[in-house]
Ligand binder design. Structure first.
Ligand code: FAD
Ligand code: NAG
Length: 424
């Protein structure tokens, strides 16, 4: 028996953890490096679709996630000004299983630990040698592997250091105020009590604005996310404090029931929503460092697929490595990006589409005009039956033959034509 493939993963977010599990299950030797020393319970509500849960089940991590996320059955899409229900659909058809990002992350980390995969916390990766391939930590330590996977998030340094893509976030024109807190004190308010009695999800849509409410942990925890036009050009960060006076102003003409809950919120975050142009390659020129997750395919929050698509990418890359073998890492990474790109684009666009439909559905409409519920429903259902591993098996022969030729000539076709990203 030859030595197993040695894999290094940078970043232990949901994408990095998913990659660690996928690689472990293919029999590889896996080591993860994570910059922060400790993970807090960061973020708020996050959706996991059945497309991801199918894979996570194969890695022994299904039931605990279901326990977190399978609590409310239906979600309502409501009219901004009075909460009239415009459409209702099963949560499973839209965002999938909704739970707290931190609760899901804890389970991902626990599973990685159970599998005996090492995560070196407090390890800041500061440079890469794409040919070795190896990475260097801020301490000067160098680590070498057969393949390095950069799951280092939306502000990925690997994307810049290895692929040479300048990080150019473009404002989407929108920002979200968001808050997450223990909602017990809202239970005394007759106006908003109904939204904190048990887990539930509601969305209010208006002109160029929408508000998502998630009640989690059996009604103990309350979350709202208010997407609005970003006129301030705020900075992109998960930790930027928001101005509750601005929030109160925006919701002053919103359904008084949800407005009562939002108004009582003590503090919130202001989270700029940026687009990033798709990049024409997810893999270094040496073909030995590959990006995964938000570092190469970030999603808008309205897509509810960021973590799920990262999970799919993890499964596909692991299987490609298995099929190609230790001596053919370049074949694996180049097939991986080709298999993933189109599906990820469609999933990203889905998030843009639903936001635009919500923000325009009620424009220039009189109150008594009924809208077609289908016009405002989330259309994610088609994403769920997909089995990323079965798809890889099905397309491996065709795509690997193509990539083999490209590697022989040295001409790798970019993932899409007419790129506006800088590829140096
Ligand atoms: C703080 C935070 C809150 C979020 N909240 C939500 C939410 O509420 N709802 C939602 O739908 N999505 C949220 N997301 C996004 C969601 O988690 C991702 O879309 C999805 O999980 C895929 O992420 P990822 O693993 O690719 O990247 P990330 O989750 O961003 O993980 C990247 C990891 O890489 C580490 N890292 C970065 N640079 C280095 C380096 N140089 N060396 C070593 N390690 C490095 C980071 O510390 C981080 O742990 C949040 C992301 C973050 C970072
Ligand atoms: C989720 O809960 C519903 C009942 O509310 C149940 O019918 C369904 O089987 C559950 N899903 C899973 C995957 O356990």
């Amino acid at each position: 028996m030859s030595e197993p493939i040695k894999v290094i993963i940078v970043g232990a977010g949901l994408g990095g953890c998913a990659a660690a599990m996928a690689m472990h299950y293919q029999g590889f030797d896996v080591q993860v490096f994570e910059k922060v020393h400790n993970f807090g319970r960061l973020g708020d509500s996050l959706g996991l679709g059945e497309n991801a849960l199918r894979l996570l089940q194969r890695w022994g991590l299904h039931d605990r996630l279901i326990e977190i996320g399978n609590k409310s059955e239906m979600m309502q899409i409501r009219r901004w000004k009075d909460g009239k229900i415009l459409a209702q659909q099963p949560l499973m058809d839209m965002a999938g299983y909704i739970g707290h990002r931190g609760d899901y992350h804890e389970e991902f980390l626990r599973r990685v630990g159970e599998l005996g995969i090492g995560i070196k916390m407090g390890s800041n990766v500061v440079s890469y040698d794409e040919n070795a391939p190896s990475l260097t930590l801020s301490t000067g330590e160098v680590h070498k592997a057969d393949i390095i996977i950069a799951a280092d998030g939306i502000k990925s340094t690997a994307r810049e250091l290895v692929l040479g893509f300048e990080d150019k976030p473009k404002s989407s024109g929108y920002a979200c105020f968001r808050a997450y807190f223990k909602g017990a004190y809202l239970k005394d308010d007759p106006l908003c009590r109904e939204f904190v009695e048990k887990e539930c999800v509601n969305i209010w849509i208006g002109n160029d604005v929408h508000l998502v409410q998630n009640t989690l942990r059996d009604g103990d925890e309350f979350n709202w996310i208010l997407t609005h036009k970003d006129t301030e050009d705020i900075k992109e960060s998960w930790f930027q404090p928001g101005d509750m006076d601005a929030v109160r102003e925006i919701i002053s003409d919103c359904d008084p029931r949800i407005a009562a809950a939002v108004k009582k919120t003590k503090e919130c975050l202001d989270w700029k929503i940026c687009y990033r142009d798709p990049i024409p390659s997810w893999v270094s020129k040496s073909h030995k460092i590959a990006l995964l997750g938000d570092s190469c395919h970030p999603h808008l929050p309205t897509s509810a697929q960021g973590a799920s698509q990262a999970t799919e990418s993890a499964a596909v890359l692991a299987l490609c490595l298995k099929l190609a073998g230790k001596d053919n890492i370049p074949l694996a990474t180049r097939v991986y990006e080709k298999l993933r790109f189109e599906r990820v684009r469609q999933s990203q666009r889905n998030g843009e589409d639903v936001r635009d439909r919500w923000h325009n559905a009620l424009k220039n409409l009189d109150d008594d005009v009924e809208i077609d519920p289908e016009d405002v429903k989330i259309r994610n259902r088609w994403l769920y039956p997909f089995d990323a591993e079965a798809d890889t098996m099905r397309r491996w022969q065709e795509v690997s033959a193509l990539v083999t030729k490209e590697l022989q000539t040295g001409e790798i076709t970019p993932l899409f034509a007419g790129t506006s990203a800088t590829y140096t």
